[in-house]
Unconditional design. Structure first.
Length: 319
């Protein structure tokens, strides 16, 4: 497959295209990147004395919940905590919202929530329950705090793009690569602590957690919010053993972050992850302009130009 073909396949992949729904929702709500909480970030940062309160939430498609309700419950905790960490924050508490036909149907979903709460050490403090629904449904919201922020809006030309992803896992379902289920609780908690440590030490101020859009879709969201371009070096991306690179580019890892770092700080930032056996390496650079380009050796292919075709369409740095 040529690099141009790969770029086109990724451009039209459903996981990457699904994020365009954000633009429809924010348009209907009258929101943009300058609204309170800065839509487009992984969590809404609300300034307070000495730092920020953080709010985030996740909803799950019915097919995902039905396929593996225990894992869906676990993920409700896991992905919300990742959003808070991606902002340089620490999670404080979570609320859940459950729909199910009856208590028996809800039981594995609730157990997944409970098991993840115990593993990560973040309490479930309430929510909403309906045991008379037609099918299983799940969403959850998390509250956290940050002393210093990592945001989607502060990537700058000449920054180096680092991908930090835990490879110690396997696909659980769909394109969800989970490295959390076999990890001891102390490791899960310590790994999340890396992000606020980096923020507080001034080693990074821009980044995102890798979401359903995978590495390329997440990089595109970061680029559009910051009003920059990004060149991604495919040769620098090393998937776990036996995983095809194309699938890895649009996979959702349970622990995965893109961070924008000054060139002089790349080694220090990567060491925070590799010291904990998390794979971390530079995979590209931030550029002027609006193009997200895939490169390999001397070849280059345009994946997306957010000035020509907005992805989130929130109006970022240039609004």
């Amino acid at each position: 497959m040529s690099l141009q073909d790969l770029a086109q396949r990724l451009n039209t992949h459903p996981a990457i295209r699904s994020k365009t729904g954000i633009a429809e929702a924010t348009l209907a709500l009258g929101l943009n990147a300058q609204s309170a909480g800065r839509p487009g970030d992984d969590a809404a940062p609300l300034p307070r004395a000495g730092g920020y309160d953080l709010l985030a939430g996740e909803g799950f498609i019915p097919a995902f919940v039905k396929d593996d309700p225990w894992f869906a419950g676990w993920c409700a905790m896991m992905v919300n905590l990742s959003d808070i960490a991606a902002m340089g924050g620490r999670s404080v508490a979570m609320v859940d919202h459950i729909w199910a036909p009856n208590a028996d149907a809800a039981a594995p979903l609730l157990k997944g929530l409970r098991d993840a709460s115990a593993a990560y050490g973040v309490p479930l403090v309430g929510g909403h329950t309906n045991l008379n629904a037609a099918e299983l449904g799940l969403s959850a919201s998390v509250f956290g705090r940050a002393n210093a922020l990592i945001t989607s809006f502060d990537a700058a030309p000449d920054d180096i793009l680092i991908a930090a992803i835990d490879h110690r896992g396997a696909y659980r379902n769909f394109d969800n690569f989970c490295a959390a289920l076999e990890a001891p609780p102390e490791r899960l908690r310590g790994d999340l602590e890396i992000l606020p440590t980096l923020a507080e030490n001034g080693l990074t101020k821009a980044g995102k957690d890798i979401s359903q859009g995978g590495i390329v879709g997440t990089a595109l969201m970061l680029a559009e919010c910051s009003g920059v371009g990004i060149d991604i070096d495919l040769a620098a991306i090393a998937p776990p053993v036996c995983i095809a690179k194309e699938r890895w580019l649009h996979s959702f890892p349970s622990f995965g972050y893109l961070l924008c770092v000054r060139a002089d700080d790349v080694a220090k930032v990567c060491a925070h992850f590799t010291d904990r056996d998390i794979h971390a390496a530079p995979i590209g650079r931030i550029t002027n302009g609006s193009a997200l380009t895939l490169t390999q050796g001397s070849e280059a292919a345009l994946f997306w130009d957010h000035a020509v075709t907005p992805y989130l369409n929130l109006g970022g740095q240039n609004a």
